[in-house]
Design a protein around this ligand. Structure first.
Ligand SMILES: C[S@@+](CC[C@H](N)C(=O)[O-])C[C@H]1O[C@@H](n2cnc3c(N)ncnc32)[C@H](O)[C@@H]1O
Length: 329
């Protein structure tokens, strides 16, 4: 059920979805074609007004002037620097102006492909949790049959994903250094677009019924959420009994995202596991681990790089894990 404010015969661009459960009837807005399906919609909207009301029609010089005025550590700069980092890795390989050689774009696509290779085969529908600017969801559409849904909490990043989907184009401000950004705009392949969509959702409260997906992926996101175990349990819940998935994490714990009691490893150096995350994660993905997921393959050390600016990049070693639903194993 929906109120349609703006749309075409193919899609809803702006409007309100209503939960059909008669005891609920909660409203979920669709803004610029992106449904916002989170538990506390009011809070999400009030905390993300910057993202939701950002305009994309300003000239480059006015955008840079705004960025200079807002300064570093402003919400404006934090949004554009994060978007720059992920748009570069996800889509930079298609940018004809891209000359950077220090950090090769495409590391998320390589990471996902390696995980899918571990699985052998995968079936739809697909959920890509923490998809950011969307490249992994496109890779999934190319490799797995059926519908693919990319989900993330960051509305600005999903705008980039949606541009790729609808326009076959990526536009972003690419950070050169400090507060200096260059505008980049280039075509990207968007095969499979008719099977893809992007929604705002919270990985810790996935808005789906049990067993809904044949494949679930979540790359480099577990260490970005307050409760990583809840994410694993949620993935186990929405995965079909014969479903499978790919997880990856560099265990880059930080209290900005997760309090130490929620970390998978990274503390308790004098304890049994001496602070290692890998055995704990394997335990959570074993029978009785409580997540409903079973590890069926892994690459302990896969390169995943994120570019910050012309002279800085972070090079991670991410742990790629193939899982199946426990029922299948
Ligand atoms: C480190 S980035 C990784 C992005 C992408 N998967 C990749 O590997 O390039 C983590 C992503 O998770 C998203 N994220 C963080 N917390 C989330 C949550 N609770 N629900 C959904 N997405 C979340 C962030 O917005 C960001 O896009």
């Amino acid at each position: 059920m929906a109120n349609i404010e703006r749309g075409t015969n193919k899609e809803l661009l702006e409007g309100i979805l209503h939960c059909t459960h008669e005891m609920c009837r909660q409203e979920f807005p669709v803004i610029d074609g992106i449904p916002i399906v989170v538990p506390d919609v009011g809070r999400y909207l009030s905390e993300n007004l910057w993202h939701l009301t950002a305009r994309g029609d300003l000239s480059h010089s006015i955008e840079t002037l705004l960025g200079d005025a807002a300064g570093q550590s402003s919400a404006y700069d934090s949004i554009r620097s994060h978007t720059s980092t992920y748009a570069y890795d996800h889509w930079g390989e298609f940018d004809p102006e891209e000359t950077a050689t220090r950090t090769r774009p495409g590391s998320v696509a390589r990471c996902l492909s390696a995980g899918l290779d571990l699985l052998g085969g995968a079936g739809g529908p697909v959920l890509d949790v923490g998809c950011s600017v969307g490249r992994s969801s496109f890779v999934l559409a190319g490799r797995v049959p059926g519908l693919v849904l990319g989900g993330d909490l960051n509305f600005s990043m999903l705008r980039v994903a949606r541009q790729a989907l609808v326009e076959g184009e990526v536009r972003y401000a690419r950070r050169r250094i400090g507060l200096v950004y260059d505008r980049r705009c280039f075509d990207v392949p968007n095969e499979g677009a008719e099977r893809l969509d992007f929604w705002v959702m919270d990985a810790m409260a996935l808005p789906f019924a049990q067993g809904r997906f044949g494949t679930v992926t979540s790359l480099n996101m577990l260490d970005c959420v307050p409760d990583p175990r809840a994410v694993l349990v949620g993935i186990g819940h929405v995965l079909a009994p014969d479903g499978a998935g790919v997880l990856a994490t560099p265990y880059d714990w930080s209290v900005n995202a997760t309090q130490p009691q929620g970390w998978i490893g990274g503390h308790s150096q004098r304890g049994m596991g001496r602070g290692a995350g890998e055995p704990l994660l394997r335990g959570l993905l074993s029978p009785g681990g409580g997540t409903g997921l079973r590890m069926v393959g892994e690459i302990e050390d896969f390169p995943w790089q994120v570019r910050l600016h012309d002279r800085s990049a972070v090079s991670y070693s991410t742990h790629v894990i193939a899982v199946t639903a426990e029922a299948k194993a």
